[in-house]
Design a protein around this ligand. Structure first.
Ligand code: GLT
Ligand code: MN
Ligand code: MN
Length: 386
């Protein structure tokens, strides 16, 4: 039961289980794990694939020969263990050259270097089979607005993405871009801080059809927003290209907790939304084990993410098949075919008849929709007593 299989499309970033437990106040608490070893361990646990930044695999200062050797060994590990790389991305945040932004740096040379690095990383991702390319603009923002004109930053960001869309088309790659919003950390204010901001920005790109979202549970939660609603908006716009699942206490530093560790009700509704939608992509866990843990704790963390997802998936079935929940939902959604016919789409006749109609406003206000009961039933499903 709750056994992860390839069909569930569970993935982890190399940087997630590979996180050595460093934080701004403390040194690593675990030793680094080799990418091939991560592939082996994750495949044994039932994951489908791994995702990576260019430098999770190839050191930033590797020679061309070293790069090719590392990549070919990694490909061997993938094929030995039947693992895929569905998503890749660029590290545009660790190197000091990106300290004041990559695509949004006020230094034209840094922007050009960021493009060069990303083109090489796209080549690497495509070579490994990636179909989605993520852009998390961790350094694209500011601490002080005295020098940075946000309008310029946003314009440079757009120019870089337009350039890279053309690059992908020119190479004939089958690759889509997914922007990952985050409100803050490591910058004080990051551009495109939320799902909604990214959606608005995508509409301004030359090839907006190639660009969608990679929303992250923790990032919307840090902003005090509902991740469930953010994912719904991305789905509604046809822009959910990828998803980063983890957990987070509201208004804290970026915790990247094990999926379902903190907000079980929200995690349940995210799983429900994904499972009932047309989203067929990876269920990517972008989280890491607590800094307190040793390697055994890392694999417990990874197992926990997948197991909780599958438990919640089962709870979705329980919820959907519960007769009392069904009845409560039916009662909640009060429909009226005749009046819906009038209000669904505009005609001058329907506008006129709506204007002429009299509504019993007080009766509308008196109706109790039964949400207390519905929510309690949901809680009981999650607590395992239904
Ligand atoms: C980094 C960040 C994540 C992003 C990764 C992709 S890197 O760990 O915190 O949210 O998804 O660049
Ligand atoms: Mn995060
Ligand atoms: Mn993420």
């Amino acid at each position: 039961m709750y056994e992860p299989k390839a069909e569930h499309k569970f993935t982890f970033g190399l940087w997630t289980v590979g996180n050595p437990g460093r934080d701004p106040f403390g040194e690593p608490t675990r030793s680094k794990l080799a990418p091939a070893y991560i592939v082996k361990k994750l495949s044994e646990l039932g994951a489908w694939g791994v995702n990576l930044h260019d430098n999770d695999l190839v050191p930033i200062d590797a020679s061309a020969g070293e790069r090719d050797r590392i990549v070919s060994e990694f490909k061997e590990a993938l094929s030995d263990h039947g693992m895929v790389v569905p998503m890749a991305t660029t590290n545009l945040f660790s190197d000091p050259s990106f300290k004041d932004g990559a695509f949004t740096s006020a230094d034209a040379r840094v922007r050009a270097y960021a493009l060069q690095k990303t083109m090489n990383a796209i080549d690497l991702g495509v070579e490994l089979g990636a179909k989605t390319y993520v852009f998390w603009g961790g350094r694209e923002g500011s601490e002080v607005d005295a020098s940075n004109n946000p309008l310029e930053g946003i314009k440079w960001f757009r120019e870089c993405l337009n350039f890279l869309c053309e690059y992908v088309k020119d190479q004939g790659y089958d690759l889509k871009f997914a922007l990952e919003p985050k409100p803050n950390e490591p910058r004080a204010d990051i551009y495109l801080p939320t799902v909604g901001s990214a959606l608005g920005f995508i509409a301004t790109l030359d090839h907006s059809e190639m660009v969608g979202l990679n929303p992250e549970f923790a990032h919307e939660t840090m902003a005090g927003l509902s991740f469930v609603h953010g994912v719904a908006q991305a789905l509604d716009a046809g822009k959910l290209f990828h998803i980063d699942l983890n957990d987070q206490k509201m208004s804290r530093f970026d915790q990247d907790l094990r999926f379902g560790a903190e907000n079980q009700k929200a995690a349940f509704f995210v799983v429900k939304l994904l499972e009932e939608s047309a989203y067929g992509g990876p269920r990517h866990f972008d989280a890491h084990a607590l800094r307190t843990e040793d390697e055994a704790g890392v694999w417990e963390f990874a197992k926990g993410c997948m197991r909780t997802y599958l438990i919640l998936k089962e709870k979705v079935e329980v919820f959907n098949n519960d007769p009392e929940i069904k009845a409560a939902l039916e009662a909640y959604k009060l429909s009226d075919a005749e009046i819906e016919n009038l209000s669904k789409s505009y005609s001058s006749a329907s506008a006129q008849s709506l204007k002429n109609r009299s509504f019993d406003r007080e009766a509308l206000g008196r109706r109790g929709p039964g949400l207390e009961r519905l929510d309690q039933l949901t809680v009981e499903v999650l607590l395992g007593v239904r």
